[in-house]
Design a protein around this ligand. Structure first.
Ligand code: AMP
Ligand code: MN
Ligand code: MN
Length: 334
């Protein structure tokens, strides 16, 4: 079943969840603020309702989210980890398809297929693989969807719960700047503040927490910035990471900087991974749809923020992807 609104999904989801004892909540690889906020927010609420819960992501909680209350309980999956046999429901949050939980899906497919799956997400590219799916691409964030569900279920909002959900709404709207910053996203945020969400801690963690090494990496990446037509791009190589000492998350600083260059309609960051593959992060201004560009390489995301992985070296990936991006920009103008 596929629902696109909280109003329609609240009752059937509640019914499925009500009869379950041990719920495994999972989110995507390289979890962002919305992924961690969703796992923590939903996890705390389910616990409050008397369920046993396990919280899991494929790769570690990023440094900027580790101080969120509850984040310390999010487990990072380790190879061949034994998942609890008692789990009788899996809830996948902020994740467009099962491939996005990478190693967990690859190693635990039998385990996961043997249990009912609920999907709660806002990616336009979501393939609806759950027994029951709530996918609303108009929602600012998965945290906003979870907020709506919890309100419909009359859950009590503790400060920790409110902080986790506001964390995801804040980061996924890039501080209330994206096109999904709707009245309902703002109402959710206002309500969460009234429930004592710790706004100050979120601002500190997200915006006043940049490591020195990220600044050094940004400088190197910006020095190699290129432009063609309405598109701007650059790259982050393993060598640049080695020189600066910046970690794998540092690229997001560069992505954000490129997106701020107002004279372009789209931007791309090419990030060389340790295994030699290339992660591309796209950003665009309406009406350019970068989700469809990312999909050409098996990726996905949102119209204005998307990503994919290219199984080719940096020097080959760049011209290939930029050609497709230029085409999308030109297509959007017609
Ligand atoms: P990022 O550039 O990593 O910040 O990602 C931007 C958006 O695209 C996020 O909503 C991601 O969930 C989505 N995204 C990034 N990479 C992929 C991928 N390989 N497949 C599907 N969605 C992706
Ligand atoms: Mn996310
Ligand atoms: Mn999200």
């Amino acid at each position: 079943m596929m629902y696109t609104t909280v109003a329609d999904a609240a009752a059937p989801l509640r019914q499925i969840i009500a009869g379950k004892h041990h719920i495994l909540v999972i989110s995507h690889v390289n979890p962002d603020g919305d992924a961690i906020g969703s796992v923590v927010g939903l996890g705390l609420a389910l616990e409050q309702q008397g369920h046993q819960t396990t919280w899991l992501v494929p790769t570690p909680v990023p440094p900027f989210a580790t101080r969120m209350p509850g984040a310390e309980r999010v487990q990072s999956y380790s190879q061949d980890q034994r998942l609890p046999a008692t789990v009788d429901l899996v809830i996948l949050v902020d994740t467009g398809d099962v491939q996005r939980i990478t190693s967990i899906w690859e190693e635990q497919q039998t385990y996961l297929r043997a249990r009912p799956l609920i999907v709660i997400d806002h990616h336009v590219t979501n393939s609806g693989e759950g027994l029951c799916n709530l996918v609303d691409p108009l929602s600012s964030s998965t945290c906003e969807l979870i907020y709506g569900l919890l309100r419909a279920w009359d859950v009590e909002f503790t400060p920790e719960l409110a902080t986790a959900l506001l964390f995801g709404i804040t980061t996924d709207t890039q501080s209330f700047r994206t096109s999904n910053t709707t009245p309902s996203a703002l109402r959710a945020a206002a309500d969460l503040l009234e429930q004592y969400a710790d706004r100050e801690a979120i601002v500190r963690d997200v915006y006043h927490n940049t490591p020195f090494t990220y600044g050094k990496l940004l400088a190197l990446a910006l020095a190699e910035m290129q432009r063609a037509g309405d598109v701007v791009w650059t790259h982050v190589s393993q060598e640049m990471q080695r020189i600066t000492g910046a970690d794998d998350e540092a690229g997001s600083e560069v992505t954000d900087y490129l997106a701020g260059l107002g004279e372009f309609k789209a931007s791309a960051l090419f990030k060389e991974r340790r295994d030699g593959t290339v992660k591309v992060s796209f950003r665009s201004n309406p009406p350019v749809d970068v989700a469809s560009v990312a999909q050409q390489w098996g990726g996905g995301g949102h119209r204005q923020a998307a990503g994919c992985t290219i199984m080719q070296p940096l020097s080959d990936a760049e011209p290939l992807v930029i050609a497709a991006l230029l085409q999308a920009v030109e297509g959007a103008q017609r």
